[in-house]
Ligand binder design. Structure first.
Ligand code: PAF
Length: 274
């Protein structure tokens, strides 16, 4: 495995990869969820590139940029064992200059839900993903459905800017109790980890209701909010179509139910695609 720390090293290593290439962008502290993306990229491509970069422009003032878990050596070992060809671990200076030209999230879809709670987050996320996609020049790039809005916006950027890459949405990976895996779960105490299960439980409750024929979004939301009482604060429960428009009735095959809530230190998100 080549470890590239500069743009030049990445370009040289990338030039030596032949055939199709899959790319998995990450902010490190790799877990089973990332590993499932890497494994899928390996299955579907001749070569695999992974990036580990805690991107400062997608963190808002006062968010956990400094505290965000950094585990460079463990990440390196995980990638090596998973058969990754290139691990790109750049510094901030390599990726950014002062007074940059920016691309912005779309005015509606980029400023609802996560975009409303974290204004500017998606601008920074799209900025770095655009850079990484341009640098890695891969056939496919793999994104988890857990960050459903991020995934939708990346797909829109690829569409709007005619980028030559296929975005592959990948299933959410959960622990044995149902908690969606996230690097930020590292902040949870064991008591909080138990309480954090209310997010996935609320989504299970919603799924059960839908399976029993209840399609009314208002009713599903209120049941979910009951289950979410174990969280410290619920930021939103949203029922939207796949284009992220709020809907009053669940339509099977075109609905995403999303939740964001604080449990202890971290703000957690989860969702289910119906
Ligand atoms: O999902 C993430 O880890 C990040 O938002 C990403 C896509 C690596 C961009 O920094």
């Amino acid at each position: 495995m080549v470890i590239a720390r500069t743009i030049q090293e990445l370009k040289e290593a990338r030039a030596s990869l032949k055939g199709s290439v899959g790319f998995v962008p990450t902010m490190g502290a790799l877990h089973q969820g990332h590993l499932s993306l890497i494994q899928r990229a390996k299955e579907e491509n001749d070569g695999v590139v992974v990036s580990v970069f805690v991107n400062p422009t997608q963190f808002l003032e006062g968010e956990d940029l400094d505290a965000y878990p950094r585990r460079e050596e463990a990440d390196r070992l995980i990638c090596e064992r998973a058969g990754v060809d290139i691990l790109f671990m750049p510094t901030i200076d390599q990726m950014y200059e002062k007074d940059e030209l920016c691309i912005g999230a779309p005015a509606i879809r980029g400023y609802i839900l996560e975009g409303e709670k974290r204004p500017g987050h998606f601008d920074g996320m799209l900025q770095i993903v655009m850079k990484l996609l341009n640098l890695t020049q891969t056939t496919r790039a793999y994104f988890g459905k857990k960050d459903a809005q991020q995934l939708a916006l990346v797909m829109q950027m690829v569409r709007n800017y005619f980028l030559n890459v296929e975005i592959v949405p990948c299933e959410i990976v959960r622990d044995e109790k149902g908690l969606a895996l996230s690097s930020r779960n590292a902040y949870l105490s064991s008591e909080e980890k138990e309480r954090a299960l209310c997010l996935s439980r609320s989504l299970k409750r919603a799924t059960k209701m839908v399976m029993a024929g209840e399609l009314d979004a208002q009713k599903i939301r209120s049941e979910m909010l009951e289950v979410l009482k174990e969280a410290d604060e619920v930021e939103y429960v949203a029922i939207v179509d796949r284009a992220f428009r709020a809907i009053e009735k669940v339509e099977i095959g075109d609905t995403i139910i999303l939740v964001a809530a604080w449990v202890g230190k971290p703000r957690l998100i989860d969702n289910i695609w119906i």
